[in-house]
Design a protein around this ligand. Structure first.
Ligand code: P6P
Length: 339
């Protein structure tokens, strides 16, 4: 009976969030409605990404179709889908997208109390070779939806209410935290539903993998260089750690979350603030890591305590297993003190 109950007792993402929201008696279901629109966007992008492989045959995104019309690039298409889904939810008042230079202020008649910062298709340069890519999002509440300003957007990550990513790979996996732990859901295409497959994800306290673009090694600062050196030539006689780097943040972070280890996008002489964007890459992934028992560090401070000055600010980031991040924090503390 238990097995039978499992098969028919489908824990969909909507049902799971409703259960979580029941913890907040004041909740009027706005968050659940917002999330259902984000989920709709993810389902659309999953379908489009899966077809992208056929683009050359049936003229989909990024190709000219049989009528010779230029199809929209997948990241542009994905952005349009998420903007429209979020606006039509009637639960947002301001949006920040990697694809839009300026913040999008929703028509006052359609406004809700949430701000969503997102990268609609992070790692999209990897589409043509079939590497997993993803959508990353972070959700905030704003003080007064009728007088929303950029200040409401440039909040520290500690104010985030929820964050998640959807990875479009061999399967479509949505990983979400609403501040009460991390859960993973897998899209069942036959149902068109995200089903709970990874309840209460906790990242291993220590990992055996480090994930960084070694091609930037000559530009790294001392602490990063020393940390990577120790991964390769451990001083305590332990076996060297494995290097795994996909070059698509959602894929590298998802592996780190499930297997443990540390993901690094450090600052370097070329990019003093690193490459990854604070509002829709660093903050959401840092939120998830902390909720899963890991941590996230910028080289100077806890990543979520950053206060971004501009929409598309970047920051260095070291995130993953708690003990691994502690190691690099200690190196930054000791080596920066010694000048
Ligand atoms: P690099 C993809 O372009 C991206 O924004 C992230 O998804 C990824 O982690 C990073 O850049 C990869 O950057 O410089 O190593 O190619």
């Amino acid at each position: 009976h238990a097995a039978e109950a499992q098969r028919t007792d489908l824990m969909t993402i909507t049902r799971h969030v409703l259960n979580e929201q029941s913890r907040h008696p004041e909740s009027r279901g706005d968050f659940t409605i917002l999330l259902s629109h984000i989920v709709l966007g993810c389902k659309f992008v999953a379908a489009a990404v899966n077809k992208a492989g056929l683009a050359k045959l049936i003229g989909l995104a990024g190709e000219t179709n049989v009528q010779g019309e230029e199809q929209k690039k997948l990241d542009v298409l994905s952005n349009e889908v998420f903007v429209k889904a979020l606006v039509s939810s009637g639960r947002t008042c301001v949006l920040v997208s990697e694809e839009n230079e300026e913040a999008i202020f929703v028509d006052p008649a359609l406004r809700g109390k949430y701000c969503v910062c997102f990268d609609p298709l992070d790692g999209s340069s990897n589409i043509d070779c079939g590497v997993s890519i993803g959508t990353i999002f972070g959700i905030y509440m704003v003080k007064d939806k009728d007088n929303v300003t950029l200040e409401d957007v440039l909040q520290p990550g500690t104010n985030m209410l929820a964050a998640g990513y959807c990875m479009y790979g061999s399967s479509c996996t949505l990983v979400l935290s609403t501040g009460n732990g991390v859960n993973g859901f897998t899209l069942d295409p036959s149902l068109g539903e995200f089903i709970l497959t990874h309840p209460n994800i906790k990242i291993p306290r220590k990992g055996k993998i480090y994930s960084v673009n070694e091609g930037n090694a000559k530009n790294w600062d001392g602490p990063t260089a020393k940390f990577v050196e120790k991964c390769k030539y451990p001083e305590d006689g332990s076996p060297p750690r494995s290097l795994r780097y996909i070059g698509s943040m959602v894929a590298d972070v998802h592996r780190t979350l499930l297997y443990g280890g540390i993901f690094l996008y450090p600052a370097d002489q070329k990019s003093p603030n690193g490459k990854l964007r604070v509002l829709y890459e660093v903050f959401p992934m840092s939120f998830l890591m902390e909720q899963a028992g890991g941590q996230a560090f910028t080289g100077k401070q806890r990543a979520l305590e950053l206060a971004p000055a501009k929409l598309h600010d970047r920051s260095p980031v070291f995130l993953g297993s708690y003990d691994d991040v502690e190691e690099i924090k200690a190196l930054y503390a000791s080596m920066s003190n010694s000048g």
